[in-house]
Design a protein around this ligand. Structure first.
Ligand code: PLP
Length: 232
């Protein structure tokens, strides 16, 4: 077996175990392979070993790999920081945009989706640890953002996403995961137009089991599947 298929088997087994330990159905957890900096061939390898959803961070890289057929037969999500001038290239290509981090960005997604005559699914990114360096809505603003998004005709909010701080101990982020789950549940109770709170996207290679234990149903896993990224 290749490294990627061994890693994939181990990640999927760990996701299943974490779901069962939390008393949840493993089928209800979506594994998004964060495939940035891994070329089309490596994405195909991951697909062949059982990954069905890929998440990309960079628009050009995603479009190039898409042209090469990297995601054929799979689903494609956009998980990286999205500039407004690149929205047009992502809308309709990525089935779900995890990183809807501001109202102006959502307005642009809505505008581009309208032009393309489609409805774009998005997650609201929440800056759960209040980090200066990260985008995302303040937790306290989420319900008013959902209200505002109800007025848009071409976006649909499918849930929430968070990127808590990088940590050395997988349990360090548990308080943030718990706050996200509470926010997700609280905002699922009130019904808004164009909103269905289906997905809670949190947990990465270092802490996805903790995230699942706290209530994540979508995890974004990169290096545990593809190995360490080479940033040179
Ligand atoms: C790269 C990335 C991940 C995955 O990170 P790993 O630690 O390699 O699992 C998850 N989410 C986002 C937004 C990313 O950019």
């Amino acid at each position: 077996m290749s490294e990627i298929s061994e890693n994939t088997a181990s990640v999927l087994a760990r996701v299943t175990a974490a779901a069962l330990a939390a008393g949840r159905d493993p089928a209800g957890i979506t594994v998004v392979a964060a495939s940035k900096m891994n070329d089309a061939g490596r994405v195909r390898e991951a697909f062949a070993s059982g990954i069905g959803v890929f998440g990309e961070n960079r628009v050009q890289e995603m479009l190039e790999k898409n042209r090469l057929g990297a995601y054929d037969g799979a689903r494609l999500h956009f998980i990286g920081r999205l500039q407004r001038n690149k929205v047009r290239q992502v809308v309709g290509t990525a089935e779900l945009i995890h990183s809807a981090e501001s109202l102006p960005l959502i307005a642009e997604i809505d505008r581009c989706a309208g032009k393309a005559s489609l409805i774009q699914d998005i997650l609201l990114e929440v800056n759960i640890a209040g980090e200066e360096s990260k985008g995302g809505f303040d937790p306290g603003d989420v319900s008013s953002v959902l209200d505002a998004v109800s007025a848009f005709g071409n976006v649909r909010v499918r849930g929430l996403m968070a990127i808590p701080p990088i940590c050395s101990d997988p349990l360090d982020n548990v308080p943030f995961f718990e706050s996200m789950t509470k926010l997700f549940v609280d905002n699922s109770i009130k019904k808004y137009d164009n909103v269905s709170m289906d997905f809670l996207s949190m947990g990465m290679s270092g802490d996805f089991e903790a995230a699942i234990a706290c209530g994540a149903n979508m995890v974004r896993i990169g290096s545990a599947i593809f190995g360490p990224r080479n940033y040179n």
